[in-house]
Design a protein around this ligand. Structure first.
Ligand SMILES: Nc1ncnc2c1ncn2[C@@H]1O[C@H](COP(=O)(O)OP(=O)(O)O)[C@@H](O)[C@H]1O
Ligand SMILES: [Mg+2]
Length: 230
């Protein structure tokens, strides 16, 4: 599903070059749920942005569903992102003047899906993430946990190959954090969604099937959890 090979990244600011990621190699299989764990500054967001095609790597390759995304031109990449990649943000990134249902439908608007089908698919997902009764409300009328459920439904509406989540519980209290991770585990185990979840919290990472740990831009640990996830 995802293959990272010889991936390195540097940022250049003026004369100075900062090497942020060093020769990373790993795979994520279809149906896996993997945590990308690391402290602040270890390179998590940089890696996630590269994997989501939001920027190009200095070296190496990123294969998603068999396609090398670093080789795509901007139009092709934008199209690929819209159809193959789901994204869940720490701060939800919902559009305030659209209803919950309209927010979830939005990625399909760009694919010219007929409105009746958009509505049906959005409603089905909202039911699945447990907020079917909130569809006609606006994001500001929802709690943080509910807003993150909207954002999860939106990430799934295009039936992406893989979903990346950047600190998805970073703005939530401990109880809500557990509920959101429970939901992601349920979507992984019962709907086969492939997730890569970035976190700096061991409690979150410990609930996934596998942890990839980043330390100063190096992948230092890659251990399979014993027993069941969750
Ligand atoms: N656009 C940028 N320009 C220069 N340096 C950057 C840029 N983005 C991130 N960095 C540097 O890369 C390192 C890793 O950052 P980041 O990927 O955001 O880490 P994390 O998400 O794990 O906190 C940090 O030292 C950061 O300062
Ligand atoms: Mg970050």
């Amino acid at each position: 599903m995802l293959t990272i090979a010889g991936l390195s990244h540097s940022f250049r600011t003026g004369q100075e070059e900062t090497h942020v990621l060093h020769e990373l190699n790993f795979r994520v299989e279809q149906g896996e749920m993997v945590a990308l764990l690391g402290s602040s500054g270890s390179g998590k967001s940089t890696l996630l942005n590269l994997m989501a095609g939001l920027m190009k790597p200095t070296h190496g390759s990123i294969l998603i569903a068999g396609q090398a995304i670093e080789k795509m031109n901007e139009n092709r990449l934008a199209e690929f992102r819209r159809t193959h990649i789901g994204f869940i943000f720490q701060s939800y990134e919902l559009i305030p003047h659209l209803t919950v249902r309209e927010n979830v439908e939005l990625p399909l608007v760009f694919q010219s899906t007929p409105s009746q089908e958009r509505k049906q698919r959005a409603m089905a997902l909202l039911q699945q993430v447990g907020i079917g009764d909130k569809s006609e409300m606006f994001p500001s009328q929802l709690s943080g946990g509910q807003q993150q459920r909207v954002s999860i439904a939106r990430s799934l509406i295009t039936k992406p190959a893989i979903v990346f989540a950047d600190e998805p519980t970073g703005n939530l209290d401990t109880k809500t954090e557990k509920e959101i991770i429970d939901l992601l585990i349920d979507l992984n185990q019962n709907s086969g969604i492939t997730f890569v979840i970035v976190t700096h919290e061991l409690e979150v990472a410990g609930r996934t099937q596998r942890i990839l740990q980043l330390r100063d831009g190096y992948l230092v640990e890659q251990h399979k959890q014993e027993g069941e996830a969750g």
